[in-house]
Design a protein around this ligand. Structure first.
Ligand code: HEC
Length: 162
């Protein structure tokens, strides 16, 4: 009985990890849109394109941050911003027109689970297309400047993430 139970648990865990790997893989294609600026490993270019590597899990772990990340990808971002003491005064063009809700959730899950794998909490819930759609529907004034205004309270509340 116990052995069967353990086999069942092992099978469930195996399915879960396969599903997780597919989630990561699903985001690698839409992430190609980001690599011209943020580079393949998300390292960015100091002073020009901010790093995503080793940063996204912390931001996506907060409610404000989850919301902010969807807005940035969908509507872009127009600074000025600071990351780790380095100032950026760039413009990120909106990516929403080229990404449906599923691809947008995939690219964010990729940014968190692959580019920042070591900081992901065990109970972190990946984005879904439904969550992305709900955040977009709630946002009445998506724009690059609006994304920057969402970043201010986020950076003030969690300075360690920025
Ligand atoms: C054409 C260049 C370009 C592309 C393409 C681009 N970004 Fe950006 N991204 C930027 C710039 C520039 C900034 C900083 C804007 C500023 O200085 O206000 C930025 C900022 C960000 C931020 C906010 C970081 C922070 O510290 O608040 C995130 C998250 C992000 N980009 C993710 C992505 C993802 C994911 C993609 C692909 C879907 C992508 N970007 C595509 C140029 C780009």
């Amino acid at each position: 009985m116990t052995t069967r139970f353990s086999i069942a648990i092992a099978a469930i865990l195996l399915c879960a990890s396969v599903a997780q790997a597919e989630k990561q893989h699903a985001g690698s294609k839409p992430f190609q849109r980001c690599v011209a600026c943020h580079l393949t490993d998300g390292q960015g270019i100091p002073g020009a394109f901010p790093p995503l590597k080793n940063r996204m899990a912390g931001i996506a772990a907060t409610d404000l941050g989850r919301n902010y990340l969807v807005e940035v990808i969908d509507a872009g971002l127009m600074g000025p911003i600071n990351v780790g003491g380095t100032p950026y005064m760039g413009v990120m063009p909106a990516q929403g027109a080229g990404l449906d809700d599923q691809s947008l959730s995939d690219v964010l899950n990729y940014s968190v689970l692959v580019l920042d794998a070591k900081h992901v909490a065990k109970d972190w819930k990946p984005y879904t297309a439904e969550e992305v759609a709900a955040i977009k529907a709630k946002s009445t004034k998506s724009s690059a400047a609006h994304s920057a205004s969402l970043r201010l309270p986020l950076a003030a509340t969690y300075p360690e993430l920025f």
